[in-house]
Structures are given as C-alpha cells and as structure tokens.
Design a protein around this ligand. Structure first.
Ligand code: SAH
Ligand code: SF4
Ligand code: F3S
Length: 459
C-alpha cells in the first residue's frame, strides 16, 4: 500500500514548485500525496523565513504535528517521519532540532533531490538528518520527471537565489547566490508541462529577470530572448514571469512585452518604497524616478499592461515624508494589485542593526493607509473591465455548483456558469459583473456557436 505523504507549503511560489518536486522525488519510494497530516507516514513543512510571523508559524505547527505523531506511533500504526524543509530549515537548521527534537529530517531548498538518501538514513533511526548545504551539484539535474496530468497553469523554476542583498531580506542567505538553469533544460521542462496539460507557464525565480544562460544557439541569452523562444512552443498559450527586480528590467525584456502576444499583460514589479532615501537604505539600487521611467517604457511597449508591486512600510528611519512619497508613487503608477507588509527585522540582515526601528503603532497606521489606497486602486482596475471581452483560461470548478473559475490575461479571477469540461481550456468571455475579488462573466456566443468559435473553445 502506498505510504501517505502530507506536504504543507508556506511562502512564495518557488516553495510551491519545490513542494511539487519533493512529491516527484518521493513517488518512486512509494509515497503518495494525502490531504491531511492525520496518520500520514511522512509530513513535510516547506517553510518561509521572510518575516518573523512566517517563521514562528513553523514552531506552532510542529507542536500540533508532535501530537499526531505520538498518537500514530503509540497506536502501533507505524512511524510518522516529520521533516522541515525550505527557508526556515536553511536558516535555523540546528535550532529547529534543539527546539523540536522529535523532528526527523531538516533540509534546505537546495538539497531535496537527496531525499531518498535522507529517508534511508532517517529510517535507520539514531538521530535526525540535517542537510542544509549549498551543494556543488545542481538539484535540477537530479530531479525525476513530473508525472500524471498537470494543471492548466503551471510553475517552472528557471532561476534561484539572489545576489541583490536588499538590506531587509533573508533570501540571499536562505536560497544562496544566483543560479540560472540553461535554456535547453527549461525548454524541455516547458514542453513536458504542456504535454501534461499546461496552457500557461509562469517562469519563477527569486530574481527572475536576472536570468541569463546559454541559449539553444550557444549564445548567452537574457530573459527577453528566452521568453521569445518559449513562445514558439505549440499548445503553450500564456507566459508569465515572477518576481522581477527593477534594476534587471532590460530593454530586450521590455520589448518582449510589446512583441510577444503570449506574454500576458500583467507584471509584478516590486518597488518597496517611493522614497529615494529609503530605497537607498534598502540597497534597492534605483530611485523612484528610475522605477517610473521603467513603468513608462513598459506601458509604451504594451499599453494595456497592468502592474502589481510589493511594499514595505515602517522600514528603519522611515519618516512621514518618506511614507508620503510612497503614496505619491502609488498614485503615479496606478496599480492593479499589490502586497504590502510591515517591516519585520530579520536576524543577520543589515537593516535589523539600523537605528530608528519604528514603533509598531506607527507602522500599523501607515500600513492601513497604504492598503486603503491600494484596495481602491485594485477595485478601480477591476471596474475598467466591466463589459470587456477577453479570453479566460479556466483552471478549476467555481465555489458554487455549475460554475467554473479561471483567470483573465491580467490575473483577475473570472467566474462563469459553464460545464467543468471547460477546465484546461481558453474561451472568450464577456464581463457582466464586477465583484470585490473576482469578475463574473459569460461565455461569448462566438466561442460556442460557429465553428471557429468551437475551435477556440477546444483550443
Ligand atoms: N525577490 C522578490 C521578493 C522577495 S520576498 C523581490 O525582490 O521583489 C517578497 C516580499 O516580501 C518582498 O518584495 C518584500 O516586500 C517583502 N519582505 C521581504 N523581507 C521583508 C522584511 N524583512 N519585512 C517585511 N517584508 C519583507
Ligand atoms: Fe530579497 Fe531584494 Fe533579492 Fe528580492 S531582490 S530576493 S527583496 S534581496
Ligand atoms: Fe519565503 Fe524562502 Fe520564498 S523565505 S518568500 S519561501 S524564498
């Protein structure tokens, strides 16, 4: 009988991708994914270290898992292996084992291809396995293929790690220095995903537009060139990439937004702050004006481009004037969506040692103001799509029976009344109602009626 594997994923999309690949590595050892940790033979927490709250969640979850492990093992129902993976594992490996000695395996984002050895070692008992190296061999060369039918929208990691060293950020320490996969390997994985049913691929990297690697012509390529190449894959209809750094937004990539129809008109381009003083203290290596210039060029290349960003409020030394500059930048850009965070001091990062760490209540107030503005912008953006007609990629059943849910080219959730056979397909829709978090649409007759439409729906 298959052993039950439960993986809980925290943090960014790269962790989502990694979790899926861990399941691929464990499948040949007889592990099949389960929906709950109850009675599981192995539980993996794939963790995030980006803010204090994210890291603390791991320890409370471990407390719960310990009780499940005790219940299973004292009931004579075999062993439950508990593993901590991801960025908390990388940053606090030893500490996890000290605080939670019932944990059996701790491994970082770069070593999960070694899971078969770790599992063998852990089953020989006698202490926990700790593997938080940055190995010389690339894990991507040691991972088995994906299996079975895949999702309509898939992630593909093309770049990992970060050399930018923003002063607030743990990623350069938890994920290590920048590494790009080569174009041949990326294309091969993209083709496999498309064969398994993907119509959309999101290229992932901590700093994805720093991607550079050997192209299929032997030359050194950057991301714009790679996207043009991947756009030639038949059956792949939509390409996205995330997350980008403004400094790595080169002209070739900006031009690709105008030239490649399959590249979707939605870009996550974090700016963090609108104050030049704070941007400098964050080591972002650009000014607010530089950012606005890049946004201008992007919109010139692709006029319907929608933008989103990340913001940090309450960075050490942030004054009211700095915060106002951030609000000004938001008004200048006009975002379709955004994530915003209260600054969290992370051990080992330069910003944690800076003077003038702000009191919580100041950051709370600023965060509320910022989120109000961003919320209004997001709602306004959704309203611009009322009555609009565009293709939707359907990915899953809707929340109510008889509905299916998908995404607009601008990443908006779109819900329509239609049969589930639409899942995995692209169909033209018209927006009839705009909700707070999703658009309500109807399938256009042209998509169902005439033959060209029928083709489109089955495309
Ligand atoms: N590589 C990406 C994002 C990495 S983390 C980039 O460069 O944009 C995702 C987001 O978390 C960041 O954009 C930032 O807004 C936020 N973040 C990172 N460190 C943080 C910290 N110490 N406190 C609060 N937010 C943080
Ligand atoms: Fe962190 Fe900055 Fe690198 Fe993004 S670019 S991962 S925020 S160090
Ligand atoms: Fe978190 Fe690691 Fe991603 S710290 S945001 S899981 S790279």
């Amino acid at each position: 009988m298959a052993k039950k594997l439960f993986i809980k994923t925290y943090g960014c999309q790269m962790n989502v991708y990694d979790s899926a690949r861990m399941a691929d590595v464990l499948r040949p050892l007889g592990y099949a994914p389960a929906d709950s940790p109850d009675g599981a033979d192995m539980v993996i927490l794939n963790t995030c270290h980006i803010r204090e709250k994210a890291a603390e969640k791991v320890y409370s979850e471990l407390g719960r898992l310990r009780r499940l492990k005790d219940a299973k093992e004292s009931g004579g129902d075999g062993r439950m292996v508990i593993a901590v993976a991801g960025c908390v594992a990388q940053a606090e490996g030893e500490e996890i084992l000290a605080r939670a000695p019932y944990v059996d395996m701790v491994f970082g984002p770069q070593t999960y291809h070694r899971l078969p050895e770790m599992v063998a070692q852990a089953s020989r008992a006698g202490g926990a396995v700790l593997d938080v190296e940055f190995p010389v061999e690339a894990k991507f060369d040691h991972l088995p293929d994906h299996e079975g039918p895949g999702a309509a929208s898939a992630f593909l990691s093309i770049q990992e790690g970060c050399d930018r060293f923003c002063t607030f950020c743990v990623v350069p320490y938890t994920r290590g220095s920048e590494f790009s996969r080569d174009a041949v390997a990326i294309e091969a994985e993209a083709r496999k995903l498309v064969r398994a049913g993907a119509r959309e691929i999101t290229l992932l990297g901590q700093n994805v537009n720093a991607w550079h690697g050997e192209g299929t012509d032997g030359r050194n390529w950057r991301l714009g060139r790679l996207i043009r190449h991947l756009a030639e894959i038949d059956g792949l209809d939509r390409i996205r990439y995330t997350t980008s750094h403004p400094r790595d937004m080169d002209d070739e990539l900006i031009e690709a937004h105008g030239a490649v129809d399959k590249l979707m008109p939605y870009l996550h381009l974090p700016v963090q702050s609108g104050s030049d003083r704070i941007l400098a203290a964050m080591n972002r290596q650009h000014t607010a004006d530089d950012y606005l210039r890049i946004v201008g060029k992007l919109r010139h290349a692709r006029p319907d481009l929608a933008l989103s960003s990340d913001f940090i409020v309450g960075f050490p030394g942030e004054t009211d004037a700095d915060f106002s500059a951030t609000l000004r930048l938001i008004n200048d850009v006009g975002y379709a969506g955004a994530y915003s965070f209260k600054y969290s001091a992370r051990p080992g990062t330069p910003a944690a040692e800076m003077e003038y760490q702000l009191p919580e209540n100041v950051s709370d107030e600023r965060l509320a103001g910022l989120q109000q503005l961003l919320g209004e912008q997001e709602a306004a953006f959704h309203r611009t799509k009322l009555g609009a007609e565009f293709p939707v990629l359907f990915e899953k059943p809707g929340r109510k029976p008889g509905q299916v849910a998908g995404r607009s080219p601008w990443m908006q959730a779109v819900v329509v009344e239609a049969p589930e056979t639409l899942i995995g397909r692209i169909a033209d829709c018209r927006v009839v109602e705009v909700g707070a978090h999703s658009l309500h649409g109807e399938i256009m007759e042209t998509s169902i009626g005439d033959e060209s439409g029928a083709e489109r729906i089955c495309a």
